[in-house]
Ligand binder design. Structure first.
Ligand SMILES: N[C@@H]1[C@@H](O)[C@H](O)[C@@H](COP(=O)(O)O)O[C@@H]1O
Length: 241
């Protein structure tokens, strides 16, 4: 696991964007796993800038959302489909046929999850998964548990995740209780992983990640088993390591 500590959120977003754009220049057909949340907003903005200023070409890039809330339709303002469309996909020249989403409203969730895994296999697997980290160590929506499920699956959200994500909704009651998420196995199958984190609210999680101990009760710790993980954090997130 390689760690890069930068001064602040702006630098983190720019450095992460250079990492991603470098990968796309080397492999214009790269398949990316993409996160949501506050952390990657700066990264998406920077990628849009690189696209506009330096013509970074996304027309052959494929994207896969890491996760989606159960029960939110695509046009719901808080769906991750909508998040990614608004913050990234519609602002660059990604082709809609190359952008893949898990449908949180699919009637048969198991079938939807299996289909998603198949699509990832069909494109030849993910070249890069970009991750944020939950304060409880979740990645995607893989919440701390005695056992984790390897492939894309349905999860119940942890109380602290509902709490943390309630800032995006009118009230805590409106936050969906469940989600569909790529599994840790799906994530670990990617060729490369880039985890980004900023701010002191993530310092404890980053401290635990760098303790080096691996536990399903702290899902991000499984990243230690992957040979090509880069962790980019700002000074505030790094203050306990
Ligand atoms: N499912 C997402 C994760 O993919 C994200 O990394 C995490 C942290 O979010 P934030 O960046 O807003 O702190 O929580 C969300 O619930």
């Amino acid at each position: 696991m390689r760690v890069e500590i930068v001064k602040d959120y702006g630098k983190l977003s720019r450095k992460a964007a250079r990492f991603v754009s470098g990968l796309i220049e080397m492999n214009p057909q790269a398949a990316l796993g993409l996160p949501t949340g506050s952390t990657p907003l700066g990264l998406y903005e920077e990628l849009v800038d690189i696209h506009e200023e330096y013509d970074l070409d996304f027309s052959y890039v494929k994207t896969f959302n890491l996760d989606e809330y159960i029960g939110l339709s695509r046009d719901h303002t808080r769906s991750y489909y909508n998040y990614l469309q608004e913050n990234f996909i519609q602002k660059v020249n990604l082709k809609s046929r190359n952008t893949y989403f898990i449908d949180g409203k699919a009637p048969d969730k198991k079938e939807e999850c299996n289909k998603y895994e198949e699509k990832i296999l069909q494109v030849g697997g993910l070249d890069l998964v970009i991750l944020g980290i939950g304060r409880n160590g979740h990645i995607g929506f893989n919440e701390p548990a005695e056992e984790l499920i390897a492939k894309t699956h349905q999860v119940e959200l942890a109380k602290e995740t509902i709490e943390a994500n309630s800032r995006f909704f009118e009230s805590k009651e409106e936050v969906p209780q469940g989600a569909l998420t790529m599994g840790v196995g799906t994530i670990l199958n990617a060729d490369q992983i880039l985890l980004i984190a900023n701010g002191n609210s993530k310092a404890a999680a980053i401290e635990r990640l760098f303790s080096g101990k691996i536990s399903t009760n702290f899902p991000a710790s499984l990243l230690h088993t992957h040979p090509a993980v880069t962790v980019m954090i700002d000074q505030e997130a790094a203050e306990r390591i």
